[in-house]
Design a binder for this molecule. Structure first.
Ligand code: PLP
Length: 366
């Protein structure tokens, strides 16, 4: 046990549950089923095929999906999905795909889509410095759009959708990299959901793609095999050497969600309490801590905030490190401060953070 891990509020990679770290540390020497180091087990083994099967079943089970979807475990991060999606659904199509530009990460997806076909930015929050998300009535989606793409949680700015945007008749595609499996989600309203592992569900190196069977049927014939959802699905996430360790870690995290936490609703309740405690500290500070996002759009995963000056923010970070709290710096694109409260962060860790924040405000308020 390393107590500093519990107080890691990093935006990415997020921390893993202590019990999972413990199991991993044992599996590095001896994975319990095979008796081998997990780093030395073949990706062509029966063991690994069973890991993939159980992991897929756990994800579908947690999301409450019965049929009609496949789960792929791919490499290339969420960034590769920015390209694979339009390669699959936008090549040679004349109606524009719709994108919501709500922050740093959803913005990154747009130029990649434009390489493949026409894009219409349905809503752009940049002129308002990405401090709010659109309201449902502000989104005029075209019924014949090939798809709508958005990010459910903007990791940098700390904003999270509290509703499902778009028309149900238009295939809905969502980057859930920073809030996947952190709360229940009506997965059947999505054509495709993707999430890299390194926030809530594992280490970098693997990206989950949950997609409807009919998306697989629409893959064009001329894509490179590695970028072809059909080829990846046929290979059962074993098209080339997969990141076995990262996938195994994800399996342990989904077991933890099922067995220790119970369900995504239970996870959500804990996450709500965590976020509520940090935002309450911001709101009670009389402007000492300044939340970045509009109140209604606040993220449960990433609390982005500022202090009066960059110097004071640096002092906050130094004092936090000295108190054993890590990862509180904001993303390099916006600076400031950010407390990420991914699934593995406990309520006790949040209480430690909140009391540190209260003390710091007390000492530095003029
Ligand atoms: N989308 C979101 C919401 C993210 O937070 C990030 C990175 O943090 C990305 C995409 C990019 O992910 P990757 O580095 O795995 O390509």
């Amino acid at each position: 046990m390393n107590p500093r891990n519990a107080l890691n509020f990093s935006g990415g990679p997020g921390a893993l549950p202590e019990t999972v770290l413990q199991q991993l540390s044992e599996a590095l020497i001896r994975e319990p089923v095979t008796g081998l180091s997990v780093l030395g087990i073949s990706h062509r083994s029966k063991w690994f095929a069973e890991v993939v099967d159980e992991l897929e079943a756990n994800i579908l089970g947690l999301l409450g999906i019965q049929r009609g979807y496949q789960v792929l475990f791919l490499q290339g991060g969420a960034t590769q999905q920015f390209s694979m999606i339009p390669m699959t659904l936008l090549r040679g199509v004349s109606a524009p795909a719709e994108y919501l530009q709500t922050g740093y990460w959803s913005q990154k997806a747009i130029p990649e889509a434009r390489r493949e076909g026409p894009v219409r930015v349905l809503w752009n929050g940049q002129p308002e410095q990405y401090q709010r998300l659109p309201q449902a009535y502000e989104l005029a989606s075209a019924p014949d759009a090939p798809y709508l793409h958005y990010a459910s949680n903007e990791t940098v700015e700390g904003m999270q959708f509290q509703y499902v945007p778009g028309l149900d008749s238009v295939p809905r595609i969502c980057d859930m990299s920073s809030d996947f499996l952190s709360r229940p989600c009506p997965a059947e309203r999505y054509a495709l959901i993707y999430a890299h592992a390194q926030k809530n569900i594992g280490p970098a190196g693997v990206t989950v793609v949950l997609l409807r069977d009919e998306i697989i049927e629409r893959v064009p014939d001329n894509l490179p095999g590695f970028l072809d959802y059909r080829a990846q699905a046929n290979a059962r996430s074993n098209f080339n050497t997969p990141p076995v360790f990262a996938i195994y870690t994800m399996l342990l995290v989904t077991r933890w969600l099922k067995q220790d936490i119970g369900s995504l609703s239970a996870m959500d309740q804990i996450n709500q309490q965590k976020a509520q405690r940090v935002y309450a500290q911001l709101d009670a500070s009389n402007g000492f801590y300044r939340g970045r996002a509009r109140r209604e759009d606040r993220s449960l995963m990433n609390v982005s905030f500022n202090l009066a000056t960059p110097e004071l923010e640096q002092q906050f970070l130094r004092s936090a490190e000295a108190a054993g709290l890590s990862g509180l710096g904001g993303h390099r694109s916006v600076g400031g401060l950010r407390a990420s409260l991914y699934n593995a962060v406990t309520l006790a860790a949040v209480d430690t953070l909140v009391s540190f924040m209260a003390d710091f405000a007390h000492q530095h308020r003029h």
